[in-house]
Write a protein that binds this ligand. Structure first.
Ligand code: ADP
Length: 553
């Protein structure tokens, strides 16, 4: 801009200098021509008087300079005398402009250029009393000659004008541009230098206000979005159309093992799994899709939703859900279903086999009680299984219709022990209940199931003449139920798994004594619904002790 202004001012200044020089010289030239013409008239008048007084003798004593020429012309145009040469050889002068005017008016004037245009002559003619004409002419340089002869001063003047224009243009352009450069665009309306800039500055000011409003609005929305996504357990990532990260919440950072500095980076530089690549490809075509990916041993469901504006995909929203538990539960459910079918099929097959044999009279009369006993025990096993399965599925649904109330642990333990006393007696096992009479907030039926299953196991897996102790202890904030026995014990490598569904240390032994493999699963579930902790100690051949610590509230 400065250059443009500088160039314009420079051209204008040079043009003004040149134009004024030309006009000045023209005016000067015209002025001196006028002066020369009036001098010529005076000289012509004087010369006419001389010729009138002295006649042709006037010319004899005449001593003129080279530039002045005097011609005496007869009434018919014949040249009678000429200072420049032989008058006889000269052509008739009657048709000369100044001569014609003098014949008519007494005086005549004219200016004529020489053939080269470098010189011109001024003429002044006077008609004398005898009718003859006296003409004076003076040679004068034309303006071109004048210019050529003044070339040197003109050039000096031009160079001076050039330098002056340069300085002038430089200073002016800087003076014009400086306030523009110093405009305070943060407060556009405070700039008063140029009135002409007022509409632009008003426009900038209103646009700035608008931008600020939009910026604040965006910031507020970003804050809201951050507040929502910060606390989310699910990972959420926003990508632009180039698959660069625009936003990533802490959960997603944790899942992808990255930090907030990944914003602006290409998503595949954070995780370049095949599944993610496939998702991005589909999303870039505007399709919603989801996939399961495994990261650090955890399973995540990855959903990619394209953001479509107009007909273009302008970005993608990635949602990461931890589905490890869900998948595990699904797997457990599948295993449970398969186990249930298997466990139910075995007694059913035995019942079916015995019934078929009896139906076809293939069982002798004396064996009938044995077969009937088998059918009875297998049917009993199926009932136990079904009861346990119903109990478990009930527990799977959570507390729902079950109500927590104040219950006495010692009371429930005593009740449970008495329901199992026959079983204990049968195996000649001593069953003891002792401890603090502590009350807790809980579901009586579930606590009863916990004590029942633990005591039942303690009796089942005990030696003849062994003992089972049920102890209730008040720990202040919590209460502990401990069931210990003097039984066979559990090998250490099985301790971690005995609470799994259908898990038995010795399958055939468990079946023999009517175990289903679900007893401890029910204990685990019921304990979890009371936020209780379970601990197990066992020594092979010496016995097992299982404690359940329940918060009172
Ligand atoms: P089950 O119905 O077979 O007893 P549980 O879930 O109650 O199933 O127990 C799982 C397994 O843990 C049992 O099969 C048994 O091997 C072992 N177990 C449980 N309690 C005891 C105990 N008190 N003494 C020895 N082993 C036990």
């Amino acid at each position: 801009m400065t250059k443009k202004i500088f160039r314009s001012i420079y051209i204008v200044a040079i043009s003004v200098f040149a134009a004024s020089a030309i006009l000045f010289m023209g005016a000067l030239y015209n002025y001196f021509t006028g002066v020369q013409q009036s001098q010529l008239q005076t000289q012509a008048t004087l010369a006419a008087q001389g010729v009138a007084n002295e006649g042709a003798a006037y010319f004899d004593e005449l001593n003129t300079d080279d530039r002045l020429r005097i011609t005496w012309i007869d009434t018919d145009g014949t040249v009678l005398y000429d200072t420049e040469g032989n008058s006889v050889e000269m052509e008739n002068h009657l048709q000369r402009e100044e001569v014609k005017q003098a014949l008519l008016n007494g005086t005549g004037e004219s200016i004529r250029y020489s053939s080269t245009l470098l010189k011109r002559s001024l003429y002044c003619a006077k008609r004398m009393d005898d009718g003859t004409i006296l003409r004076l002419s003076v040679a004068q340089n034309t303006i071109i000659t004048l210019l050529l002869s003044m070339l040197q001063p003109i050039l000096i003047m031009f160079v001076v004008a050039l330098v002056l224009s340069l300085i002038l243009a430089y200073r002016l352009s800087n003076k014009i541009v400086k306030p523009l450069n110093n405009l305070n665009l943060d407060e556009p309306l405070n700039n008063k230098e140029y009135e002409e800039l007022s509409p632009i500055l008003h426009r900038i000011s209103s646009q700035q206000r608008q931008i600020k409003l939009q910026h604040d609005e965006l910031k507020q929305k970003q804050k809201e979005f951050d507040a929502v996504t910060q606390g989310m357990a699910e990972g959420i990532i926003l990508l632009n159309s180039e698959c660069e990260i625009l936003s990533i919440n802490p959960s997603a950072q944790k899942i992808f093992n990255t930090n907030p500095f990944c914003i602006g980076k290409f998503i595949l530089s954070v995780n370049n799994s095949f599944e993610l690549q496939e998702l991005l490809l589909k999303s870039s075509k505007g399709k919603y899709c989801e996939k399961i990916i495994e990261l650090d041993g955890e399973k995540y469901q990855l959903n990619a939703s394209p953001i479509i504006s107009g007909s273009k995909v302008s970005g993608t929203v990635l949602l990461l859900l931890n589905v490890t538990e869900k998948e595990k539960a699904e797997q457990q459910r599948r295993e449970f279903t398969a186990n249930v079918s298997h466990e139910l099929k075995t007694p059913l097959h035995t019942i079916l086999g015995c019934a078929e044999l009896m139906e076809n009279n293939m069982v002798s009369e004396k064996d009938v009680p044995e077969f009937a006993g088998k059918i009875h025990s297998q049917a009993q096993r199926m009932i136990s299984l079904i009861e346990d399965i119903i109990n478990l599925s009930h527990l799977d649904e959570g507390l729902q219709d079950m109500k927590k109330e104040r219950i006495s642990l010692l009371g429930i333990a005593t009740e449970t022990a008495s329901s199992l006393s026959a079983q204990a007696k049968q195996k000649e096992i001593t069953l003891n209940v002792a401890g603090d009479d502590v009350e807790i907030e809980g579901v009586a039926s579930l606590i009863s199931q916990i004590i029942y299953n633990l005591t039942d196991n303690a009796i089942k897996y005990n030696h003849k003449n062994g003992s089972v102790d049920i102890k209730i202890k008040d720990d202040g904030e919590t209460a502990t139920i401990t069931v210990s026995d003097t039984g066979i014990g559990i090998p250490e490598e099985h301790l971690d798994r005995i609470f799994e569904r259908f898990y038995c240390v010795d399958k055939s032994r468990s079946k023999e004594i009517g175990g289903t493999g679900l007893g401890l699963s029910i204990v685990k579930h019921a304990a979890r619904l009371h936020n209780a902790a379970i601990s197990t100690q066992s020594t092979i051949g010496q016995g097992t002790s299982i404690s359940v610590t329940i918060p009172k509230q």
